[in-house]
Design a protein around this ligand. Structure first.
Ligand code: ARG
Length: 574
């Protein structure tokens, strides 16, 4: 049973009985609110919108509906407050239904089938080969992974793609620099750091030596023509970089279904250019070949350089066509920083100009910048914050917090990993993604504030209560309890949160905003901790104890599941 829907149906009936307003259940459903203060009631229905169709003042409509409508069993009472109807739930009924629903679904609790098994292609992380994986890349990686989990949870089939930046003229420069000034040993030893150094050196030297640019172009041309030597050096750069990226993915627990970087589209580009040409979309401009987007108030989309080389856009067009062909996606998401807004607006526009209606199914999912609380986060290697260092530091800082607070904890290292890395992930996902993130260790690792460790700690607390009570994972904690014992405000607040878990995940999926879940988890943790603080759970009163254990169990299920959606582990002890 869905209480809100049932209430909406009852309201619709009452409204339509009294007028020819033709009220629709879905409209009423979407109008039902949760009052800011639960003292006012559990659901509220504003009558303003009915005023037009019913031709009465909303206050009068509220009063009349209150008198005429028949209350369903799960509604205890209805009050009128100006133009609002405030409904108070019958707590016992509600608790029974909410907990039973959770019990029936088990680990699947909250899942839905909105996606109907259709594919969602999610392009995330996608770092550039031979460039540092920095704190900015963290965002696309963790937001993308969370969306991957969330879309699966609401019934889509997520397809995770890492569109590595592994092709382009920069590799010609890098090979030139390596051949001139590099050594195999240094690259093997220092990895991306050394590749970066060579790349910077190339640009410094090229200022006084114009021949270098020609050499670089020649190397890249060789790469494009399949020259073995050029490709083997390039491939080695890719491997060296991937080894570093893989370590970071491993730490974050991030996976991909496909590593199809830009180079993957090399042999798929001609077809795309031909198609663009056949559709009369290409024009020559200053030697380059472009799609003119001026009628859409956008700068042109560059398809071919004057030397015939392809560009970032060309490869993205090829990738979009390939993905549609291969996965027949219902949605394609691209998670990148906001500074690529124009790139994606142009891309989607070109796909549309090509006559593909599914251009409308592609969405850019942008996010804001990360800045650092100045001075507090310097690294040995200068001012770029490298992910590996940051994650390592999160773990070691967490370990020392654990040493201080709970030195006898077993398995400290693995817990410190879960908590330290979980903290960094949670911090990133806690706000609307478009907001800039200010990274502060204090906030990230706080065990009390609105943080990952706080939610994890609450989960571990719930686990330890259940363990102390000696209940095992498979026992039925819910069926036999007296539901009326959970009608006190603190318990009931928790149950209400348990009940809306699935709705919150759906909201998060619809908005493509993991923060909806992160905030929900903090609300839940706060509600639980308040309850925990004010009540004894393992009391001698067997009935009360059973009821409260059921509640603790529900909290544990939801916290664990919600954290998992965000890509965060939930240790049972902390
Ligand atoms: N490699 C790019 C970067 O680091 C991101 C690629 C995003 N995906 C895409 N299909 N363009 O900025």
């Amino acid at each position: 049973m869905d209480f809100k829907r049932e209430l909406a149906a009852t309201l619709a009936q009452a409204i339509n009985a009294d007028s020819d307003a033709g009220a629709e259940v879905d409209d009423i459903l979407s109008a039902i609110e949760i009052p800011p203060d639960s003292q006012m009631g559990d659901y509220a229905f504003p009558c303003f919108r009915l005023a037009k169709t019913m031709r009465k003042a909303p206050q009068i409509i509220a009063r009349e509906l209150c008198e005429t409508m028949e209350l369903p069993a799960f509604i205890e009472k209805v009050d009128v407050a100006s133009a609002y109807l405030n409904f108070t739930l019958n707590r016992k009924e509600f608790v029974r239904e909410a907990l039973r629903r959770l019990q029936a679904r088990g680990a699947d609790y909250g899942k839905s089938d909105i996606g109907g098994g259709r594919n969602v292609v999610i392009d995330y992380s996608s770092p550039n080969i031979a460039k540092n994986f920095h704190i900015g890349h963290l965002r696309t990686t963790v937001i993308g992974r969370a969306l991957y989990n969330i879309m699966n949870f609401v019934g889509y089939k997520s397809v995770g793609i890492n569109h590595l930046g592994d092709w382009g003229t920069q590799f010609g420069k890098l090979i030139t620099a390596f051949v001139k000034w590099g050594s195999k040993e240094d690259v093997e030893c220092d990895g991306i750091q050394e590749l970066n150094r060579l790349y910077v050196l190339f640009h410094e030297e090229a200022e006084s030596d114009s021949g270098l640019e020609d050499e670089a172009r020649a190397w890249f041309l060789n790469m494009q023509n399949g020259d073995e030597e050029a490709l083997s050096v390039w491939k080695w750069f890719v491997d060296v970089s991937m080894a570093e990226f893989d370590r970071i993915y491993e730490m974050l627990g991030v996976k991909f279904d496909h590593f199809t970087g830009e180079s993957f589209y090399n042999d798929k580009m001609d077809v795309v250019v031909n198609e663009l040409r056949a559709k009369n979309l290409l024009v020559q401009s200053e030697g380059a070949t472009i799609v003119d987007l001026s009628s859409h108030n956008m700068p042109p989309c560059l398809i071919l350089r004057s030397d015939g080389g392809t560009l970032y856009h060309t490869r993205d067009i090829a990738a979009a066509l390939y993905r549609k062909r291969t996965f027949d996606f219902a949605k394609a998401l691209y998670v990148t920083a906001m500074d690529q807004n124009l790139h994606f607006a142009q891309l989607f526009r070109v796909i549309e100009e090509m006559g593909y209606e599914w251009a409308a199914d592609m969405t850019h999912v942008p996010y804001g910048l990360v800045s650092l609380e100045s001075g507090k986060l310097s690294t040995r290697k200068g001012n770029v914050i490298l992910m590996e260092e940051l994650l390592g530091e999160a773990v070691s800082r967490t370990l020392s917090i654990i040493e201080e607070r709970n030195p006898s904890l077993s398995d400290k290292e693995s817990i410190a990993r879960d908590v330290g890395i979980g903290a960094v992930i949670f911090n990133d996902l806690y706000n609307s993604r478009i907001k800039d993130v200010v990274f502060s260790w204090e906030r990230v690792l706080s065990f009390e504030g609105e943080s990952g460790p706080y939610v994890q700690y609450t989960h571990a607390r719930a686990c330890s209560v259940l363990e102390k009570a000696g209940v095992d994972d498979n026992s039925d904690l819910i069926s036999g309890i007296d539901y009326s014992l959970l009608s006190d405000q603190a318990s009931f607040d928790i149950v209400k949160l348990v009940y809306i878990f699935g709705d919150k995940v759906q909201e998060s999926a619809a908005k493509l905003e993991p923060y909806v879940i992160a905030r929900y988890l903090v609300d839940m943790a706060q509600a639980f901790n308040k309850f925990y603080h004010d009540n004894q759970i393992l009391t001698d009163d067997a009935e009360l104890r059973a009821a409260r254990l059921a509640l603790v169990y529900a909290v544990r299920v939801v916290l664990k599941s919600g954290l998992a959606l965000l890509g965060i582990n939930a240790p049972v002890k902390m």
